[in-house]
Design a protein around this ligand. Sequence first.
Ligand code: MSP
Length: 646
Amino acid sequence: MCNKKKYYITTPIYYPSANLHIGNTYTTVAADALARFKRLAGYDVFFLTGTDEHGQKIQRIAEDKGVTPKEYVDEIVSGIRKLWDIMDIKYDKFIRTTDDYHIKAVQDIFKKLYDQGDIYKSSYEGLYCTPCESFWTETQLVNGNCPDCGRPVEKAKEEAYFFKMSKYSDRLIKHIEENPEFIQPESRKNEMVNNFLKPGLQDLCVSRTSFNWGIPVKFDNDHVVYVWIDALSNYITALGYGSENKELYEKYWPADVHLIGKDILRFHTIYWPIMLMALGLELPKQVFGHGWLLVDGGKMSKSKGNVVDPVVLVDHFGVDAVRYYLLREIPFGADGLFNNETFIKKINSDLANDLGNLLSRTIAMVDKYFGGVIQSPLVKEEIDKELIDLALATPKNVENSINDLKIPEALSHIWTLVGRANKYIDETTPWILAKDEEKKERLGTVLYNLLESLRFISVLVSPFLPSTSEKIKAQLNVDVATWDSLSAFDGTQGGAKVNKGEVIFPRIDVEAKLTELEALKAESVKEEVKPSMKPLKEEITIDDFDKIDLRVVKVIHCEPVPKAKKLLKLKVDLDGEERQVISGISQYYKPEDLIGKYVVLVANLKPVKLRGELSQGMILAASTDDDSKLFTVSIPGDLPTGSQVR
Ligand code: MSP
C-alpha cells in the first residue's frame, strides 16, 4: 500500500457563477478522467477542485441581492457541487477559499512574504469608476468608459501591497528551461517566456482597500488579500499547508499536474512558481494549459445566446455521451468546437454503432446460441491472434497517451480495439458457424474472444465513461476488472452467464433531436429577453396595503458606513422618536445632501442588521432598472414627522 506512487492533480478553483457552461466543465471532466485513469493504474491519487469565492464582483452581486456575500456564495457553490455530481466527477477534496483553514494559511503566507521583504506597501494607480468602485486597465475599458456601467472613469490612486516578482524571474526562466515538461503544451511555454518573462516582470498588486469581501491582511486590516495569492494558495492549503496537520501536504506536494485553461496560464506558470520559490517550496511538476471550447459563433456568451448548458445536454444524451465528446473531440491543448450536430453524429457513430452494437450483438449471440452461458475457448485459430494481440497491446498504448496527456489519442486506441472486434465478427461469421453442429466449440471460442475483448474495453473506458463501463461489465458479468487483469486475455469465466440488458446508446434521430434542441434554445433566449417594464406584482387588497406603515420622517444625521461603500447610516426623526436606517444609496447621495430632507420610511419593517449596523425600517426610493439613477421619495413641504403616507 505505502509503495504506491502518488499522483496529485488539480483543476482551477471556479468563480462562483450561477451558470457554468460546457466550456467550464471541460477542465474538470478532463481532470476527472486523468485522476480515474491513474487510480485504475494503481496510483495513490489526490484530485482537488473547489471554488474561488472572494472579490469585489461577488460583494457587489450580493449587495444587489440584499444578502451577505457568504450567503450568496453558499448557494452558488452548492449548485456547482451538484453539477460535478451530474458530470460524474469523483474528486477527493473540494476546497472553498472561504474555508477557515485556507483563510488562516493565506494570512500566514502573506505575512511571511511581507516579513521577508518580498511584499512591500506602495500605491496602486489605475482608472477608477466611482459608482462601481472598480479599478480598470486601459484595455478593459469600452469606448473609454467603465465596462460595467458605461460611465466615465478617472485616474485614481489606492494604497496597496505589491509582490516583487522581478526578483525571482531569472530563477524561473532557468527552471522552465531546465524542465521542458513544466509548461505544456510546448507552444504555451514559448509564449510565457518570450512575451512575459524575458521583457521583464511588473510587480504584482496583492491587496486592495476598495472592497472588503476578501481575506483581511492580518497586520493591516484595511487591506484584503487581492485575488491571486488567495486563489493560487489553495493548491497547498487544501493539503494542510499552514495548518496543524500537514500529512497530506507532505504526501502529495508537489502537484503532478495543474490542469487549467489557457486564459489563466500566466498566473500558474509565473506568479504561482514565484510565490512558491519565495516560500521555499517545491514547484509543481507540470502546468498544462488546455485550449478553449468554442461554439458556432466563437466564444460562449449570454448576450450572443450561444451558451451550451451541460445539464441540458446530460438530460438529453446522458453524462457519458457528453464526457465522450469533450474528451475525444476536443484536441487536448488546442481550441475545439462544440456543435450539436457533430455531437449527435458522434454519439451515433462511436457510441451507438461501434461500441453499443459490439456489445448487443455479442450478448445476443451468446444468448441465442448458448442460452447465455459463456463457453471456454477450446478451438483457437490463427485469425484470433490479431484481435488478442491488439487487446493485450491496448492498455499500454492508452497508458502512454495518458502519460503524455493526450486524452483523445487514448480514446482512439480504445476505439481501434472496438473496431477490430467488430471486424472480427464479420471475419468469423458466427451465424454461419452456428449452422454447423461440429463448429459449436469454435463458435463458443469466437464468442469468448469477443466477450474478453469487451471486458478489456469495459475496464479501459472506465476512467472516461464510468457509468457505461459499469453497464457493460454488468451485461458481461465481469468479475475481474483490475488494471493487472489486462495483462492476460483470460479474465472472462467460462460457465458464467451473461445478462442481456438495455441498449447502452440508443441511436438518435439527428434531425428530430436538432429541431428539439433549437426549440429549447429559442425558449431560453425568449426567457432572457428583458421586458421593458418589470411585470406588475400580484394584486393585493386595500387591507393588504394597510399593513404597511409608511411615515414621513426627517433626516437629522447621515454618515457613510465604514468599509461598505454603498451604504449610508441615517438617523431620522419620527414624531420625536430617533430611528437608525441603513440605506444602499451612497452612490447617489452625499450625506450632506440628505440631512434636513423629509423622506418616506417603511416604519413597521422588521429591524435587521446590515454590516453589523441596526436598520429600523427602509427609506423609499425609485430607480431605473439598471440602477444608473435613483431618487429617494421625498415630501416637498414641511409636514410634521410621523405623518402617514397613504
Ligand atoms: N478562479 C479562477 C481560477 C483560479 S485557480 C487558482 C478562474 N475561474 S473560472 O471559473 O473563470 O474558470 C474555471 C476554468 O474554466 C478555467 O480553467 C477556465 O480556463 C475554464 N474555462 C472557462 N471557459 C472556457 C471555455 N470556453 N473553454 C474551456 N475552458 C474554459 O479562472
